[in-house]
Design a protein around this ligand. Structure first.
Ligand code: F6R
Ligand code: MG
Ligand code: MG
Length: 366
């Protein structure tokens, strides 16, 4: 059976600052999807990670389907009403347009979608990250799909012997989608040259070269490219099919032990290590640290199993403790140097005004 997996995610308000959405908001969105998705979707799973709420659904309508996107947009609007009633912080924050115009992409919420023929067994992982941006997935998915140091299957499994094609998007170019397809292993230096710049080049999708089948879909929205100014970090979601011709679940998870430094954290304006957390994790230290959660599923005829929480294991407690040390360490240098993002990536325009004022006060000495 050919199915589509769609995940649509937004920050539409949270409790106590950026901590987590309220139960009433989550219930409202869930009930909305249950009621209004009846004729459209086969199954769905509603989740939250930090201050973001995500609708993962299965259907047969293909990617970028207007009705699916409209249903999610309306669900987020309904949730926003509850957020407003409860006085939640940032109510409707990611809904950047006044009216729906055919596709939720470009309107604020993040989207990742994939259409494929179901395999006899179809495992996949749904990742959601908060207090960071889409480039946060560059390193883990680079390592998980093309580096045999992390992905043993590249050496051991004949089904993966041809490697993978990476579709990379230039998120700095706003006229149209500007994309490039590069093949691993032949072009890994080119892939690395692009992916080193997490704020400009982002993995959008990955394909098996053995079968041509799609393995990964990642949301690549940059909110500031929509609003013309910074309105919040882009808190990306990703769908990764695993096993068989794709990396094993554990191979995709392995690079998350690095806790690599990503953009985001407090006020979306700092650098912090990405911490793999349990499902429904909240935001805390310095409005962070940046977090990622993973829900693994199997799907049959579009019906989802219950999620398995991929980072809920004693191994990851140990990793979280190490990453906490990294977070503490970089926070000790406050605003200095690489701890805070460069001007182009700061979420606040105010500092530019401050610099203009200060510039006038400078004196030229002979
Ligand atoms: C990301 C996120 C942050 C905020 C940023 C600004 O989920 O919430 O990037 O957008 O901290 O917050 P406010 O609007 O409180 O200044
Ligand atoms: Mg937010
Ligand atoms: Mg968020």
């Amino acid at each position: 059976m050919k199915i589509t997996l769609s995940v649509l995610k937004a920050d539409i308000g949270s409790i106590g600052g950026h901590i987590k959405p309220s139960q009433a908001l989550v219930d409202e969105v869930k009930n909305f999807v249950k009621e209004n998705g009846k004729a459209l979707i086969i199954d769905f799973y509603l989740s939250h990670t930090g201050d973001d709420i995500a609708i993962l659904c299965t259907h047969e309508r293909g990617v970028s389907d207007e009705k699916i996107h409209k249903m999610a947009w309306d669900a987020f609007l309904a949730g926003t009403e509850v957020a407003k009633k409860q006085g939640l912080y940032g109510a409707g924050q990611d809904l950047l347009k006044d009216s729906f115009s055919g596709n939720i992409k470009g309107m604020g919420p993040a989207v990742a979608e994939m259409e494929f023929e179901e395999r006899p067994n179809e495992p996949f992982v749904f990742f959601a990250a908060d207090k960071t941006d889409p480039g946060a997935y560059n390193l883990p998915f680079y390592l998980g799909f093309l580096d045999p140091m992390y992905c043993a299957g590249l050496i051991l499994s004949p089904k993966m012997s041809d490697g993978f094609t990476f579709r990379i998007i230039d998120v700095g170019y706003t006229e149209k989608d500007k994309i490039i397809d590069l093949n691993a292993p032949e072009e890994i230096y080119d892939i690395a040259a692009l992916l080193r710049d997490n704020e400009r080049y982002v993995i959008e999708s990955i394909y098996s070269r053995n079968t041509g089948n799609q393995a990964a879909a990642i949301s690549t929205t940059r909110l500031h490219n929509i609003a013309g100014k910074y309105t919040g970090k882009d808190d990306p979601v990703a769908l990764i099919r695993v096993q068989g011709e794709f990396p094993a679940t554990g191979e995709v998870l392995a690079p998350f032990q690095i806790g690599h430094f990503v953009a985001g954290f407090m006020r979306g304006s700092h650098i912090g290590p990405l911490m793999p957390c349990k499902l429904k994790e909240v935001i805390s230290f310095f409005d962070g640290p940046p977090i990622v959660t993973g829900a693994a599923f199997c799907v049959k005829d579009g019906k989802l199993t219950e999620p398995a929480d991929v980072f809920d294991h004693p191994y990851w407690d140990h990793i979280r403790a190490k990453i906490s040390e990294k977070a503490t360490s970089i926070r000790q240098q406050g605003f200095s140097g690489p701890a805070m993002l460069p001007y182009s990536e700061l979420e606040y325009g105010g500092i530019v005004e401050k610099m203009k004022k200060l510039d006038k006060k400078f004196q030229l000495r002979d």
